[in-house]
Design a protein around this ligand. Structure first.
Ligand code: ADP
Length: 717
């Protein structure tokens, strides 16, 4: 408790008064750069610092003048949804020279800017690092040349730098092969190998093959492997119709995803915190996320260790992805006597469920199991809607929304005998349940029924998949990202619908049951002014001050207001009530519109994140089940009755962990169907800070500086 108070105090004491922060985007542009700039500006102003845009990257820093411009709270309004970078990013030859950096230092000193937030790639960070190393020398030179005086040199003697990740999503799904990323270079004979795999796939009636060639791929004789070379190969050897698509900047363009915006907002706030805490003795750092955990890494090590920092931050997860996709692409029939594993969806549909089923089925087959699919959840289970599912049956499932298997909310408690009977009939000796809160409850009931039904003494695993993100034991569920994107896209569109008209406030109701995740995190990504959630009780005084806050905002020239309300946030302060209250109180200043989002929040096709997450987590679950099967094989049959054979696989901070469902009971608020502790509540104040509310932000969890080697998430189990 005392510690918590200390850290809270620490945040309130963190003052940026008297400090000036320069923010620039440099090198190639990336998704989320604007969200990061917005967060740096607002957090900087929030803590009392002055923040300056440095337009056009290092070029603007060298040239000075209008390129370095003080930012205001309002100047970053409506910036979240814009792709690319609003403040411009240029490549700058001059900054590579000592002379250029001397000019840049002069421009910064003129404005008293000694804190820099650099959003860019490894080149930009290398430059930043060099700049910091030279700083005191540059100041001496400027004094010698009479461009600044001794006092200015002393007042600006320390330059603090923090780098940020501008992320490009490098997760490709449904990939058959990847060339040029891991095994570079590939061994001789890779061409035949590739063609053979492709024809095997085709023999399997698989008609669509995707081959990804990395820019810069080479063979072991240093000869470039180009997309055209591959195309010619495939056409000449196999006669397949082949198309080449160069992704190039397609990868970067467009509106940033909810994930990018949240990541960038978190990073922006982290960057300002890191700058405030920096001293001459702390090294320049890069802020990033590892799993779901904010981390700070020494900038110099990052730059030294790899040639591309994007690959540094993502290489571990990318490597893992690659291994998963390899697992899914090389189909080899196994002949051993297989275990029978059943897969089912339980609860409401969520995007990415099908990707998880596909991955489970294929990894299961590869591991030598016989895979059975259950239709319509537990209802289908006890009615015997169970049949074998083959490799080819799940082709193309990755990109499809909803649940192809069919899913229902029915729980097993009332149907235990019939379910046990089906398990016997089909010789099922392992179970994978993919779904939301009900899926967790389902596994819990089956686990607890082990004492009365020995048939349930088999390895069982649940994968969290629900848009509400309310499953205990995991920070994130499959489907939540797609849903956030749907919400955020709709908010963008709703906001746009009113552009040019008069001042307007939108009241938007989101789903989630009692879980405020979608409202709160969606609000952060969409730039909401206020979010009402069950987890943070509110009363009439709060409502009043929220309306007043909006009225004040409208005076600044910003014309849009966005209010999100979780469907169960308060029994009496309904969406209609809030709409009417705002309408009445806002009379003459703004008018209101209300929107209940409903089932569109389930999203259509799963987002890249959910496809990838579903694919990876299911592969991990099957490998775990295989291990548990081996361990529990006794006297010619499977017998698993320990707690650790009925687990939920979840992402917790930086690890993926298998947790016995029975142990998660204590962490669960069953009445409201939410975990007792929800990590994202820590992000809730961020949304408020970025909407100009004074609030308290718990910094105890903010990233600590750590060596680059510790980036790799610790493997749980
Ligand atoms: P990215 O940051 O995306 O890797 P670049 O490599 O083009 O992009 O770098 C962006 C800018 O960073 C360059 O135009 C240059 O101004 C600066 N920069 C890159 N490398 C260095 C370096 N070694 N020394 C000084 N400045 C550098």
């Amino acid at each position: 408790m005392a510690k918590q108070q200390d850290t809270k105090k620490l945040f309130e004491n963190l003052s940026g008064a008297g400090k000036s922060i320069g923010v620039l985007t440099s090198g190639g542009d990336a998704q989320g750069m604007n969200a990061a700039v917005r967060a740096v500006v607002r957090m900087g102003i929030y803590v009392g610092a002055k923040v300056y845009f440095i337009h056009e990257g290092y070029q603007g820093m060298v040239d000075g003048g209008d390129n370095i411009e003080e930012a205001s709270w309002e100047s970053v309004s409506s910036m979240l949804q814009v792709g690319g970078t609003v403040i411009g990013s240029a490549r700058c030859k001059e900054f590579r020279s000592h002379e250029g950096r001397l000019k840049a230092a002069h421009q910064l000193i003129l404005r008293g800017i000694t804190n820099l937030c650099v959003i860019g790639g490894d080149g930009s960070l290398t430059g930043a690092n060099l700049f910091r190393e030279e700083w005191s020398g540059l100041l001496e030179e400027l004094v010698q040349q009479g461009l600044i005086d001794e006092e200015a040199a002393q007042n600006n003697s320390e330059l603090h730098i923090v780098g940020m990740v501008g992320s490009i999503d490098n997760d490709f799904c449904g990939t058959d092969m990847t060339i040029g990323t891991d095994s570079m270079p590939p061994e001789d004979g890779w061409e035949e190998h590739m063609c053979q795999k492709l024809s095997e796939n085709r023999a399997d009636k698989k008609r669509l093959n995707i081959i990804i060639v990395a820019e810069g791929a080479i063979d072991c004789h240093n000869k470039p492997i180009t997309t055209n070379h591959i195309k010619e190969l495939v056409v000449s050897c196999l006669g397949f119709d082949t198309r080449v698509t160069i992704l190039g900047h397609v990868q970067r363009g467009g509106t940033p995803s909810a994930f990018d915006r949240i990541l960038a907002s978190r990073m922006g706030v982290e960057a300002v915190l890191a700058l405030l805490e920096a001293s001459d003795s702390t090294p320049a750092c890069v802020v990033s996320l590892c799993g779901n955990q904010a981390v700070r890494l020494p900038l110099m090590e990052c730059v030294q260790m790899v040639s591309a920092y994007v690959s540094l931050i993502f290489c571990r997860s990318f490597e893992n992805n690659l291994n998963t996709y390899k697992l899914l692409s090389y189909h080899k029939a196994d002949s051993e006597l297989p275990n029978v594993m059943a897969v089912l969806n339980v609860g409401a549909p969520a995007a990415g469920m099908n990707a998880a089923v596909r991955s489970a089925v294929r990894v299961g087959i590869k591991e030598g199991h016989k895979m059975f699919a259950v239709n319509d959840g537990i209802e289908g289970f006890y009615k015997g809607q169970i049949k074998e599912i083959k490799w080819g049956d799940v082709a193309g499932w990755t990109g499809q929304g909803g649940s192809i298997l069919g899913t229902k909310r029915t729980l097993p408690a009332k149907h235990l005998d019939k379910i046990a009977e089906q398990i016997r009939i089909h010789n099922i000796n392992a179970l994978l349940v993919i779904g939301g809160f009900e899926a967790f409850e389902c596994l819990l009931q089956l686990y607890e029924a082990r004492t009365s039904h020995e048939d349930f003494c088999i390895p069982m695993c649940v994968l969290p998949a629900t848009i509400s993100n309310n499953v205990p034991g995991t920070d994130l569920s499959i489907g939540a990202d797609t849903s956030l994107n749907a919400i955020v896209e709709t908010c963008d569109r709703i906001k746009q619908s009113a552009s040019g008209t008069k001042r307007r406030v939108f009241i938007i109701e989101t789903m989630g049951g009692y879980c405020g995740y979608l409202a709160s995190v969606g609000g952060l990504a969409a730039g909401a002014d206020t979010v009402y959630i069950y987890e943070e009780p509110f009363g009439i005084r709060d409502l009043q001050s929220n309306v007043e806050h909006l009225t004040e905002k409208m005076k600044t020239g910003i014309q849009r207001g966005l209010v999100l309300r979780n469907e169960n946030s308060n029994e009496n302060f309904t969406t209609d009530f809030i709409y009417q209250l705002y309408s009445e109180e806002g009379k003459g200043v703004f008018d209101c519109r209300k929107n209940v989002l409903g089932h569109m929040q389930q999203g259509g096709a799963p987002s890249p994140f959910d496809r990838n997450f579903g694919t990876k987590i299911a592969a991990k679950a099957i490998q775990w089940i295989s291990r548990k099967l081996k361990e529990s094989y006794k006297d010619g049959k499977v017998f698993a009755n320990t707690e650790d054979t009925a687990c939920l696989l979840g992402m917790r901070r930086r690890t993926m962990a298998f947790q016995p469902v029975v142990q998660l009971k204590d962490e669960t608020d069953f009445a409201h169907r939410i975990p007792k502790e929800q990590w994202w509540l820590k992000l809730h104040p961020l949304m408020k800070i970025l909407a100009k509310y004074k609030t308290s932000y718990d910094v105890s969890d903010s990233g600590q500086l750590e060596p680059v080697t510790r980036v790799r998430p610790k493997k749980a189990d």
